[in-house]
Design a protein. Structure first.
Length: 514
């Protein structure tokens, strides 16, 4: 690890004050915890994403499954009513919005502050920070550029049955884009790309020359698909009234991905810069495409305009068109057509190197009943309206990391063949620590600064010192702690432990590194 490398953790004003107390020389042990469920306060009518779709916050119960932005599924382990609270509306640059209380916590990054500053020789590793609604209001008043992360692709729990997804998703995407559906359920696809027909893999009943631009009409009469079209409610739907059936929205990832490819291969566009968009005259279909793109981890916003054209020397207005601008790290995954896919291969790259949402405004909505939930995922995250990501605290891990590095710098350990134990961090139960605190550590501490030895329950830092970790329910961990001299210890979610358990740890503490 280069000595010139510096880690920057951006803390809020309240966190900075708490940090001063945590890293003082007197605090060689910390009992970390707080109010259950703090930092996730939303109105009862807010939407929470589950593997079965969005549900009201007010309908959340212990055991309810919720979708996590890391792509996994978590369970609600506690529900915490907050009574009537002040509520604020958050609006982002892609048109997404949600509502939350003043104490709601957000995972954010502030950018642009050091853009024009003189560069130093030190390599700076910037990190995300945690901020409350109240703090974000103050930051917006200072004209700060505030970003939040996007979710990873969301998985929905649906069993695979023919009557649920009776049409191949790619074919459905093509029909919604380039297809004309007749009253009897037969359909015709008009395209200048024979590659699309080859990918569909169905022999058309009739092929006709349609346009001067070499587009052809491929007519299909397949009873099985005609029956499915009727069942999905698409009979008689023209370009202005088309939509994506709900069962093709709340479906497994592979189905949504293939559906989006069909839509993008037909009415989608990729320019020479790799930018991707989808255009339709159906407002409903545009919203459905935006929803699917967001569920797959993309940023998507919609613009509209009324085009004009000239007919027989007169300028006329066309139908209102909606364009969905889809942004991700690599747009080639949006297409299967070679000519579009090759344009989308340009990977996204800017100062951050990944897509985010920019916070545009925070507006006061009024007072209403609110509550929050605690989930069993280590990151404490869930997805709310429009697939927006929320977050909670991380100071405990920063405190342990700070002390370990500080102690490593205090000693001359060149002659030491093995790293010395300097501290212990844990929780009441080993399984809880592994699935929560340890995962939080992995997310916020740059990986080059440590290595985790899972089998012996140690975190080795700078190859000089190591942290023992685990649960107080593991006798081997407690015995290992008691058999060595430690400079500090920390217990996460200390309210779970008893006074006697904490007294044993306190009695074992040796201030040998003062």
């Amino acid at each position: 690890m280069s000595k010139k490398e510096v880690i920057e953790f951006n803390l809020t004003e309240k966190q900075d004050k708490a940090w001063g107390h945590l890293v003082s020389n007197q605090n060689n042990h910390v009992l970390y915890g707080g109010a259950k469920g703090g930092g996730k306060m939303q109105p009862l009518y807010s939407q929470v994403l589950t593997p079965f779709g969005f549900k009201r916050m007010g309908d959340m119960k212990v055991g309810t499954q919720v979708s996590n932005p890391d792509g996994t599924v978590s369970k609600v382990i506690a529900v915490h009513p907050h009574g009537v609270k002040d509520i604020y509306k958050f609006t982002f640059d892609d048109g997404s919005s949600c509502e939350a209380g003043l104490e709601h916590l957000w995972n954010i990054k502030i950018v642009g502050k050091t853009r024009f500053k003189k560069k130093t020789k030190s390599k700076r590793v910037t990190c995300w920070k945690i901020a409350t609604t109240e703090e974000l209001i103050r930051l917006l008043k200072k004209k700060e550029k505030i970003l939040i992360p996007l979710t990873k692709p969301v998985q929905f729990t649906k069993t695979s049955r023919w009557d649920r997804w009776p049409i191949d998703p790619y074919l459905l995407g093509i029909i919604l884009g380039d297809g004309h559906i007749k009253a009897n359920g037969t359909f015709e696809i008009t395209t200048a790309d024979p590659e699309i027909i080859d990918k569909i893999g169905i022999v058309p009943d009739k092929i006709t020359q349609k346009h001067k631009n070499k587009a052809k009409g491929y007519r299909f009469n397949i009873p099985k698909i005609s029956t499915a079209i009727k069942k999905l409610g698409l009979i008689g739907k023209k370009a202005k009234t088309k939509f994506v059936p709900k069962n093709y929205q709340l479906c497994p990832l592979d189905i949504r991905r293939e559906l989006l490819k069909g839509l993008m291969d037909s009415d989608g566009y990729a320019d020479i810069r790799g930018h991707a968009s989808y255009t339709t005259i159906s407002g409903t279909l545009a919203n459905d495409v935006q929803w699917i793109a967001r569920s797959l981890g993309y940023k998507a916003n919609i613009t509209s305009k009324i085009p004009t054209y000239t007919w027989q020397g007169k300028k006329k207005k066309g139908q209102k068109a909606y364009t969905v601008w889809i942004k991700g790290d690599n747009h080639s995954e949006l297409f299967s057509l070679n000519r579009k896919q090759s344009r989308g291969e340009l990977e996204y790259n800017n100062g951050l190197g990944f897509r985010t949402r920019k916070l545009v405004s925070i507006e006061y909505c009024g007072k209403t009943e609110a509550q929050c939930i605690t989930i069993d995922n280590p990151n404490g995250l869930y997805l709310t309206d429009d697939f927006i990501v929320t977050h909670n605290s991380f100071l405990f891990c920063l405190w342990a990391f700070h002390w370990a590095r500080k102690l490593a710098a205090m000693f001359n350990l060149k002659d030491t063949n093995y790293p010395l134990p300097v501290g212990f961090i844990g929780r009441k139960r080993s399984v809880d620590f592994t699935h929560t605190t340890l995962e939080t550590w992995k997310q916020i501490i740059p990986p080059g600064y440590y290595r985790i030895r899972e089998q012996v329950k140690e975190i080795v830092i700078t190859d000089k010192v190591k942290l023992l970790f685990g649960g107080l329910d593991d006798e081997s961990v407690v015995q290992k702690f008691n058999s060595a001299e430690y400079a500090f210890f920390g217990i996460d979610q200390a309210e779970e432990t008893t006074r006697d358990e904490l007294s044993v740890l306190q009695a074992s503490l040796r201030l040998v590194y003062q």
